[in-house]
Design a protein around this ligand. Structure first.
Ligand SMILES: *[C@@H]1O[C@H](CO)[C@@H](O)[C@H](O)[C@H]1NC(C)=O
Ligand SMILES: *[C@@H]1O[C@H](CO)[C@@H](O)[C@H](O)[C@H]1NC(C)=O
Ligand SMILES: *[C@@H]1O[C@H](CO)[C@@H](O)[C@H](O)[C@H]1NC(C)=O
Ligand SMILES: *[C@@H]1O[C@H](CO)[C@@H](O)[C@H](O)[C@H]1NC(C)=O
Ligand SMILES: *[C@@H]1O[C@H](CO)[C@@H](O)[C@H](O)[C@H]1NC(C)=O
Ligand SMILES: *[C@@H]1O[C@H](CO)[C@@H](O)[C@H](O)[C@H]1NC(C)=O
Length: 565
């Protein structure tokens, strides 16, 4: 499920009330956070330090563009479905129209082109925020360099599909949904890019193109510079898990560490005790069925242990976007509830309650958390009653129905892996029944008729890393950023995990064209940050990270030389 949440540039759409959240909408939290909003649309508490940083950033900006009337409409470019067709016979497989948006009003002659990649989501809901809102870091970047700003939609998302996508789209349709094809889209688009109002040649041979992305788009930022260095002059890769890996149980390790650092060690201890206790209970089918009903109401008992175990991970869904916060569905309220003894109204000490009162105490607390059934219903698009006296249609094993989620499931199940199963061991936060096998089954649940080689049994991550190079790639003129407690940092070159390579990070801008060796990287890990926090103008540490990129860009842009085609 959380595989869907790799994205950080999610669609906007102010959610009216939390209880109206659909599963698909959970993917929008990243952007909401960037806009300074909680998932329910109410403002986040922004520290005075961050507000001061934002004011400073705004005061250092060039005066706002007076042309506030620039009307930006979606545009389309026709692209081949198969860029790698034999004999370059693109017509054989046909074409599709790829959507994008362009802002020109900041442009001055000689300025670069910035392309903001939205990745695995419908780009429409936030394209104009990105390009035009004064609090959008991307608008600020484009303004600073008097550039052209482009928001780019990834093939098979939003309106950039070869036909509508829904839960019943046959697997053959996804044949051309690969990261390779999607990178070739950008290359082809850039080479023919021009504007009626701008006389200068804006194609990459005459104008530097800068690719900006967070999360999967950050992977693309690095790959574009690596594979198409004549097209993409420089890249900003924020939180880029470029290493494909089937087993991403490590996702939950930074959550554990972060919760402990932020003062919620008692909660992690209680959660661990509770899931280990539940794992024992679930060995007995009758007891397992009762347990599920205590959590989710009558009708929940029929669900399998793995699907229930997956539902038990929903309290962590907002971690990457909000850390311990996140409003009604955030971890803070959940932990405060677990840590409170309803009899005495006392909060547990540092050890949590399970150590003294037994794990059953915490299991009962969790089962009675009033927001839990609503959370599961909203994230998993189901209808659990949450009551032992009311029957609910509580199916925890439904296919994803959101079109973007369908397409992303295809992508991670074929190429990237990122399966977020239980992190067994000392920091366990997730039931063992949420196994790797179960996460793989979710792939086949979504596409039951898809067979190898079109759709592999397990994600073909070895091939993917052979094609893209994994976390040792060091294309020149790329800046890598990460968040200290971002679960996606674990598979990025900035990973702190024991199985990762640990190159030394540095922040002084490297020379033009200089590629680092595997043991060094031009990058920065933002302390006390989660996923793509450097794209938030409301997060004080973000400006520091963006500053490293712009300092480098100042240096690199001086080296750009137009080429003759
Ligand atoms: C820009 O975004 C902020 C934060 O979401 C919002 O409050 C503001 O109204 C937006 N400004 C405009 C001009 O739309
Ligand atoms: C405003 O921007 C639009 C689109 O770039 C352009 O056509 C128009 O001429 C501009 N208006 C002014 C007053 O600069
Ligand atoms: C329990 O404690 C909290 C804060 O510590 C307080 O707001 C609340 O009113 C208390 N409830 C009861 C029933 O004492
Ligand atoms: C225990 O958890 C609560 C709420 O989750 C937190 O407010 C409190 O500071 C923690 N106490 C200790 C001693 O860690
Ligand atoms: C755990 O708590 C539940 C609910 O109070 C109770 O029904 C059950 O008997 C308890 N289990 C054990 C082993 O004490
Ligand atoms: C949930 O159940 C209610 C009442 O039976 C029904 O109106 C609603 O459509 C159901 N929602 C979903 C998502 O199944």
């Amino acid at each position: 499920m959380r595989s869907s949440l790799s994205i950080c540039a999610l669609s906007l759409a102010l959610l009216q009330v939390v209880d109206a959240l659909g599963g698909a909408r959970s993917r929008r939290f990243g952007l909401m956070a960037e806009m300074g909003l909680l998932p329910d649309g109410t403002p986040m508490q922004v520290s005075t330090e961050a507000k001061a940083a934002l004011r400073l950033a705004l005061s250092e900006m060039p005066p706002p563009i007076v042309n506030g009337t620039e009307k930006i409409l979606p545009e389309y470019v026709e692209l081949p479905l198969d860029h790698f067709a034999k004999n370059h016979d693109y017509s054989y497989q046909g074409t599709f129209n790829n959507r994008f948006w362009v802002r020109e009003s900041a442009y001055k002659s000689g300025g670069p082109v910035f392309i903001y990649d939205v990745g695995e989501a419908d780009a429409e809901p936030n394209a104009l925020f990105r390009l035009q809102n004064e609090t959008s870091f991307f608008k600020q970047l484009v303004d600073k360099y008097n550039g052209v700003g482009i928001v780019w939609e990834h093939r098979y998302y939003g309106n950039s599909t070869p036909g509508g996508i829904d839960v019943n789209t046959p697997p053959e349709v996804f044949r051309w949904l690969t990261t390779e094809q999607s990178l070739a889209d950008v290359d082809r688009f850039a080479k023919q890019f021009k504007r009626k109002n701008i006389k200068n040649d804006l194609t990459p041979s005459k104008t530097p193109w800068i690719f900006v992305g967070g999360s999967y788009p950050a992977m693309r930022a690095a790959f574009m510079r690596d594979k198409y260095p004549d097209t993409i002059f420089a890249s900003y890769a924020s939180s880029a898990p470029v290493e494909a890996q089937v087993d991403m149980s490590v996702y939950f390790e930074p959550v554990w560490r972060g919760m402990n650092t932020y003062g919620y060690g008692n909660c992690t201890k209680d959660i661990k005790a509770a899931v280990q206790y539940m794992d024992k209970i679930m060995e007995n089918p009758t007891a397992a069925s009762k347990l599920k009903e205590r959590f989710l109401g009558l009708g929940a008992g029929k669900n399998s242990n793995p699907t229930f175990a997956d539902a038990l991970t929903t309290p962590f869904n907002l971690w990457q976007s909000y850390g311990i916060d996140g409003g009604a569905y955030g971890l803070r309220l959940f932990c405060d509830y677990l840590s409170t003894d309803p009899q005495s109204n006392k909060t547990s000490g540092a050890d949590g309650w399970a150590a003294s009162k037994g794990a059953n105490f915490t299991v009962n607390r969790w089962a009675s958390y009033p927001r839990f059934p609503a959370m599961v219903n909203d994230y998993l698009d189901t209808n659990c009653s949450g009551s032992l006296t009311k029957q609910g249609d509580c199916d925890l094993n439904l296919k994803f129905s959101d079109p973007a989620m369908v397409a992303w499931t295809w992508q991670y199940c074929t190429q990237w892996g990122f399966l977020q199963s239980a992190n067994l061991g000392p920091h366990q936060l997730v039931s063992k029944y949420n196994s790797l096998e179960h996460q793989k089954d979710i792939c086949h649940r979504q596409f039951p008729t898809a067979k190898p080689p079109l759709f592999p049994i397990w994600p073909d991550t070895k091939h993917t890393n052979d094609v893209f190079g994994g976390w040792d790639i060091r294309p020149s003129q790329v800046y890598w950023s990460g968040g200290e407690f971002d679960p996606w940092r674990t598979l990025s070159p900035l990973s702190a995990e024991s199985f990762a390579p640990h190159p030394k990070t540095f922040q002084n801008p490297p020379k033009c064209g200089e590629e680092q060796g595997e043991d060094e990287i031009f990058g920065y890990v933002i302390p006390g940050a989660q996923h793509c926090y450097d794209f938030r103008t409301t997060f004080a540490g973000g400006a520091v990270s963006r500053g490293y990129f712009t300092a480098a860009l100042d240096r690199w842009l001086k080296c750009f030389r137009p080429r003759h085609n």
